[in-house]
Unconditional design. Sequence first.
Lengths: 116, 110
Amino acid sequence: GAVVSQHPSWVICKSGTSVKIECRSLDFQATTMFWYRQFPKQSLMLMATSNEGSKATYEQGVEKDKFLINHASLTLSTLTVTSAHPEDSSFYICSARGPASTDTQYFGPGTRLTVL
Amino acid sequence: SQQGEEDPQALSIQEGENATMNCSYKTSINNLQWYRQNSGRGLVHLILIRSNEREKHSGRLRVTLDTSKKSSSLLITASRAADTASYFCATDEGAQKLVFGQGTRLTINP
């Protein structure tokens, strides 16, 4: 089946630093990936749509200069949280649409970010 | 925006019983997907049902879709302790974007 990985699985950083999270489709190519954030005991909120070779599309209310997304290849998208603050602490999850002709999205295992 | 509303928010049943979760949405959809999430983990895809389908089965899972009522249900039969998790419905509004419901926290008691 289609597998999506994320790295790191958890990260603790100091306030003001930047953190990069990687999302990889391991056995298929993904022209489009998605980034979500999830607060404890809440649902997933879509942050942005990452398109290979072009700029990401951000959802309303998500600061594009704060959350930098790069989709440099068909198997890798990165999310960089710049100048992180404690309120950015959250669970970040990426997903990728499965191989051609499927509408199923496959999710990575998530990255737990804690900003001190 | 959060489109889906799930009901109940939390459900606790005995092992072996059936669990039913409901999801309602507001706009037209291409398909509706159900996912499971264990605590602190990523999402596992369970079932996708298209807008022109009314019912779908996968093992102990049964999903129904009523587009006239803009609602879906997920039934888990003969529940097991390992089914304890949060369950989310997600609607595909087009452009491949998924909008998630608030989720149902299911607890199966041994």
